[in-house]
Design a protein around this ligand. Structure first.
Ligand SMILES: [Zn+2]
Length: 154
């Protein structure tokens, strides 16, 4: 294992993606140009381990993915790595998302896991703006405001 300081994956990714994003539009999907296996998600390699390209994009732009949360696509385009199209959610969110988009028939009941609620409060406590957290969780800012002010859990 190399001990000298190298540019991390995140550094490299961030540089590449930032220039890419300013030159394209936020609305457009940015498709992963590397390996895309049968599951449809782009795959990158990081520390000799495979990582989903959209998760890597999230890591580079927003920082660590909290325990128990998944990086989901607003655009429903699996190989898309545009950070503006990604949001954090639970398995539950993933299911609801599938229901909303007609990919899955089932219960679309709205729910936020206790983990998500904790994460939202931690992010707020660490100085993240409510509007920013709302974007990260793909929720209206009033929902986030209620959670951080202890008025609501879901
Ligand atoms: Zn997209």
């Amino acid at each position: 294992m190399s001990t000298h300081r190298q540019l991390s994956w995140e550094d490299v990714w961030l540089r590449t993606m930032k220039s890419f994003i300013t030159s394209s539009q936020k609305e457009n999907c940015i498709l992963w140009k590397g390996t895309v296996p049968k599951n449809g998600y782009g795959t990158a390699w990081r520390n000799q381990k495979p990582i989903s390209a959209h998760r890597l994009s999230w890591l580079a732009h927003n920082g660590p993915i909290p325990e128990g949360l998944m990086v989901l696509h607003k655009c429903d385009n699996k190989p898309c790595v545009n950070p503006f199209h990604l949001f954090l959610g639970t398995n539950c969110d993933n299911m609801q998302d599938a229901v909303r988009k007609g990919r899955h028939v089932g219960n679309g009941k709205n729910c936020l896991s206790s983990d998500q609620v904790n994460t939202i409060r931690e992010l707020y406590a660490s100085g993240k703006k409510i509007t920013k957290i709302a974007v990260m969780f793909n929720r209206h800012w009033t929902t986030i405001s209620d959670i951080v002010n202890g008025r609501s859990f879901t």
